[in-house]
Structure formats: C-alpha cells, structure tokens
Design a protein. Structure first.
Length: 360
C-alpha cells in the first residue's frame, strides 16, 4: 500500500511539473525574455509560395535599401523557397538538432542548394532546457563527442551557427566555454555565428549577455521578433519602438561589424476565446448552463455535445511597408547586416526593395 501511494505521489508531481511548464505567468516581461518561438516553422500554415509570382513590381513610394550582408533562414525540405536572383549573401540552413541522447541529427544536405553562390551556414538548434544542460556539461563525454560531431558536420558549409534558446540560468559559463571550444576547432576561414534572444538592456546573470558572447563569435544574429507570441496578448511580432531599442542596445554591446538584426516575415493570429482545456464535471455542467446546451449525444455511452460561441480574431503581420520601414530604420541607425526568418513566409515584393552592396 505504501508503495502504491508513493507511486501515485510521484505521478502527481510529474503532472504538476508538466502543467507548470505549459503555463506562462501573465506578468512575464515581454521585451526581455519573450517565449522564443523556436518552432515557428511548425506553427505557420503549410503554404509556401503557392500563389505568388517570383517577382513583383515594388510600390514607387518605397526605397531600395542596401546592405553589405543580407541573411535569410532556409528550412530543410523547403529549398524551393530560395529563388534565383534573391539579394542574399548568407543562408542559415535550418536545421540540425540534438536528439535525446545528445547526438547531432537532421543535418541538412548542402548539395541541395549547390546553385546558391553565397555563403551557407549550418544552423544547429537545441530547444529543450534539460537537453541543453546535458550537452553543455563541462568535461562530459557527451559534450566532447557533440563538439566533434558539430565540427565534422560543418565541413561542407561556410559557417556554423548555434541557436540554443533554452539554456538554464546556471549554465552561462558552460555555454561560453562551449562556444570557445567550437570557435577554436573551426578552421579560420569558416564563420562562427550565433542567434540570440532580443535584449534592450543588461539583465542580471543573463546567459545570453551580448558583452560576454560577442568576443567568442564572428556574428550575432539578434532575433528581434516574438515580442508578442502565440500565448501572449495580441500585438506586433516586432513593434518599431521595441526594434529600435533592441538595435540600439545591439549596436552598443555587439558593435556594428558583428551585429545582424533579425527581421520577421511571418504574422500571427489571436482568438478572443481559447477552448482547449480539461474540466472538472462541475465545469462541464457550467458550460452547459451558460451556453444553453440541451442536446446531449452519447458515443458508446460517453456523453458529448457541441455549442457555438462568438470568436473575434486579431491579426498582426508584415507587408512590404512595415518591412521597408523597419529595414530603413535599421540602416539609418548604422546596422550593417540584416537577416530574415524565414524564406517562403514573405511577400515577394520585399526582394525588389533590397540591394546587396559591397561590404564597407
């Protein structure tokens, strides 16, 4: 009997932990530690370039913006979204992952975009806190092998990019030493870059502190998006005032020669009601009363019913005007490189508003 209650207690604890991980405090500061949409590609409708021509005439009232480097993320198996003639200097090929054993998996095949003449960077992501801690553990055999596998996988590419968005707060030193080992192991002609969360000011004990990471890499792509996310209050993916503050802090702490300002191509929707949840029996009875449900059906003796409620949907997205405004704002601030998440999600007009200039 004691063992049975102990087991039930353990299961209950696990349930509580999982439930806590799935919820978000309502007062979580949006600009400084947003919920990184690390699975943005899974959230976005599976409609990549089905109805857009390859080129559109840009509006006459929008300028053509020039940058020495224009980066864009490309999803593996979405290679058709990379069109010939796009003004892109660098592709972040997304992306290799870390499996539950700490092994590198899903490395994209560089040969699939052999026609692209610019630089191609292998992007490696790890978006699970426990798994990230696992592979970063200093001195462990797992970390040693993982670094060796990363260096081997990067050989066909022009560079390597690390995108670890859920690093435990106590693993900052381990993460920086991990980056230093990778930088040392890469050949000098290969570029070593990192994607980091947006910041507008220094944070206490920040794992992603730009000031400490900048000396360890060749470029930092600041993910200036997801200011508002799928479970936050509705709002812009990246408001202009927030982007200006993020860019100003990046220019100050990273310096212009290493900074890439990330720009979103995607939009989001928010509904006024969310009905996906579990209920006590009393809650189900309340729903029936409030919505005047009178018809209860049974499927193999299990009761079920349907009802309708009004739904208001709020949409924020990016078009050529918002993108051009943001791009020109960055250019005027002294930003030398921009990067887009991600190919296939954009209005094609944007490519007519960009020019790849010779680096200064």
């Amino acid at each position: 009997m004691i063992r049975r209650y102990a087991l039930l207690f353990l299961v209950g604890c696990v349930f509580c932990v999982v439930s806590a991980c799935q919820s978000r405090p309502a007062n979580l500061p949006i600009p400084e530690y947003p919920e990184a949409a690390v699975n943005r590609e899974a959230e976005i409708s599976d409609e990549y370039g089905e109805f857009f021509p390859e080129a559109l005439t840009p509006p006459a009232d929008l300028p053509v913006s020039s940058f020495g480097e224009i980066w864009a993320y490309l999803l593996s198996d979405r290679e058709q979204t990379l069109k010939a003639g796009y003004p892109i200097s660098d592709i972040g090929y997304f992306g290799a992952e870390v499996d539950v054993y700490g092994q590198l998996v899903k490395v994209p095949n560089r040969r699939r975009i052999s026609g692209f003449s610019g630089r191609v960077h292998l992007v490696v992501c790890c978006n699970n806190t426990a798994l990230t801690h696992f592979v970063l553990e200093p001195g462990s055999a797992i970390r040693k092998k993982f670094i060796a596998d990363l260096l081997e996988a990067a050989k066909p590419f022009d560079g390597l990019q690390i995108d670890f968005e859920y690093i435990p707060a106590q693993d900052g030193a381990a993460f920086r030493s991990f980056l230093a080992e990778l930088k040392e192991g890469l050949p000098s002609h290969k570029m070593f870059t990192i994607a980091l969360r947006a910041r507008t000011r220094p944070l206490t004990n920040d794992v992603y502190d730009y000031r400490f990471i900048a000396p360890l890499v060749d470029r930092i792509l600041v993910m200036a998006y997801d200011e508002h996310w799928s479970t936050s209050a509705p709002g812009p993916i990246a408001s202009m005032a927030w982007c200006r503050a993020v860019a100003a802090y990046g220019l100050l702490t990273i310096k212009p020669e290493k900074l890439i300002m990330g720009i979103p191509f995607y939009g989001r929707t928010w509904g006024s009601e969310s009905t996906f949840r579990a209920y006590f029996h009393s809650g189900i009875e309340r729903i029936k009363r409030e919505n005047q449900v009178t018809e209860i059906r049974r499927e193999q003796s299990i009761p079920t019913f349907t009802y309708e409620i009004p739904l208001k949907v709020t949409v924020y997205y990016e078009d050529e005007y918002s993108l051009s405004y943001r791009i020109e704002m960055y250019r005027a601030m002294g930003v030398k490189a921009i990067g887009f998440w991600c190919l296939g999600q954009e209005t094609p007009v944007i490519w007519s508003l960009l020019n790849l200039s010779s680096p200064e």
